[in-house]
Design a protein around this ligand. Structure first.
Ligand code: ADP
Length: 217
């Protein structure tokens, strides 16, 4: 069966880390709207500068911009499975996604809600570092690279994201609760919701996810 999943869950719960590992293990394409937008933000274009300012404020980029980025990726996919990591984030985006998938003749198999307590989230975001080049995620304590400050994969410097600074994290959590939390109910009503307890160590969380995947058809 080809896996086509969406990942919900508050910032810092570990969506990106779990998505990266699951994609490696199952040969899926990870479509992270955060990564796509950061790429856009680095281009120095008018659109890029606008996206950068929104992201650094902790608010959401407008639905149409994000939907276009996702649609372009999904069109390239063919028969490959995917994890949409961080999309949809609003009800409007979820409806747009349905339209895009319908057009492509594809169906989702599950919406995974990656959950962690507020305390865990703050600890994870403050210690998160990621590769400035390939985006691989690390943590000062929990996921250390082999060589301090360098990416295991490509050797580039690890950086802290501007939006992981404490003053922005607060806004991101509020934005999530207001705009994205309603999607949990939306996918529950569609019979697609699976809740993942991601409070534990990365390996433990991966076992939880793999156990849930066995029940996905
Ligand atoms: P996290 O899930 O940890 O918040 P991401 O890298 O997924 O981190 O997202 C970072 C930022 O990118 C968000 O705070 C938001 O500004 C923007 N963003 C990502 N995905 C979306 C989306 N689907 N809709 C609107 N904005 C988005």
């Amino acid at each position: 069966m080809v896996l086509r999943l969406v990942f919900l869950g508050p910032p810092g719960a570990g969506k990106g880390t779990i998505a990266q590992r699951l994609c490696e293990a199952h040969g899926l394409l990870q479509i992270s709207t955060g990564d796509l937008l950061r790429e856009e933000a680095g281009k120095g274009t008018e659109l890029g500068d606008r996206v950068k300012a929104i992201m650094e404020s902790g608010k959401y980029v407008e639905d149409s911009t994000v939907a276009e980025l996702v649609e372009n990726k999904l069109k390239e996919l063919g028969e490959k499975g995917f994890i949409l990591d961080g999309f949809p984030r609003t009800i409007a985006q979820a409806e747009t996604l349905e339209g895009i998938l319908d057009k492509l003749g594809l169906k989702l198999n599950g919406a995974f809600d990656i959950e962690a307590s507020d305390e865990t989230i703050v600890e994870r975001l403050s210690g998160r570092r990621s590769c400035g080049k390939c985006g691989k995620i690390y943590h000062l304590k929990n996921i250390q690279p082999k060589e301090e400050g360098k990416c295991d994969g490509c050797g580039s410097d690890l950086v802290q994201r501007n939006d992981d600074k404490p003053e922005v994290v607060k806004t991101r959590l509020e934005t999530y609760k207001e705009k994205t939390a309603p999607l949990v109910k939306y996918y529950k009503e569609k019979g697609l919701l699976k809740v993942v307890d991601a409070n534990g160590e990365v390996d433990e969380n991966m076992q939880n996810v793999e156990a849930i995947l066995k029940g996905v058809e």
